[in-house]
Design a protein around this ligand. Structure first.
Ligand code: RB5
Length: 146
């Protein structure tokens, strides 16, 4: 399978169950899932996992990345420190569509202590189903990169 269909998943200890549910959900849709853990609930550090996932996307080896921590905020901040990453944290589907359509987001962050599994999977679907609109939005996205 090509990188076009590959998604990297990562989380911290607060979000392992949700990450695994997302992995199962998107694998069933035909995505090639690269789940880089962690596998135990031992306390760990979300910046490490956000950065590791972001590097898989920035390298071009994965088309998208989905990262999860307690709120989604910390792991999103860590991912966005990697050049070329545009990661948004979403707690509803409208924003998940808009970060693809207008911001060409290549990563999605979720908070396992914020959204339940059902809503999280709907947010993931909204993100993955939405195409970037380009046009005037492309100019603005280029400005983000500096
Ligand atoms: C871990 O307790 C928690 O701080 C982390 O999962 C996340 O919410 C940070 O942004």
């Amino acid at each position: 399978m090509t990188a076009e269909k590959r998604i990297v998943l990562s989380s911290d200890h607060a979000a392992i169950e949700l990450r695994q549910a997302i992995a199962k959900h998107i694998a069933a849709q035909g995505w090639d899932v690269e789940d880089i853990g962690p596998v135990t609930t031992e306390s760990t550090h979300y910046p490490l996992h956000g950065k590791a996932a972001a590097e898989r996307v920035a390298s071009g080896d994965c088309h998208f990345g989905i990262v999860v921590c307690g709120t989604g905020q910390g792991i999103m901040m860590a991912a966005n420190k990697v050049q070329g990453i545009r990661c948004g944290v979403c707690a509803e589907t409208f924003s998940a569509r808009m970060i693809r359509a207008h911001n060409d987001a290549n990563m999605l962050a979720l908070g396992a202590r914020v959204v339940g599994e059902g809503l999280a999977l709907e947010i993931v679907d909204a993100f993955l189903e939405t195409e970037f609109e380009g046009g005037r939005h492309a100019t603005r996205v280029e400005m983000i990169e500096g």
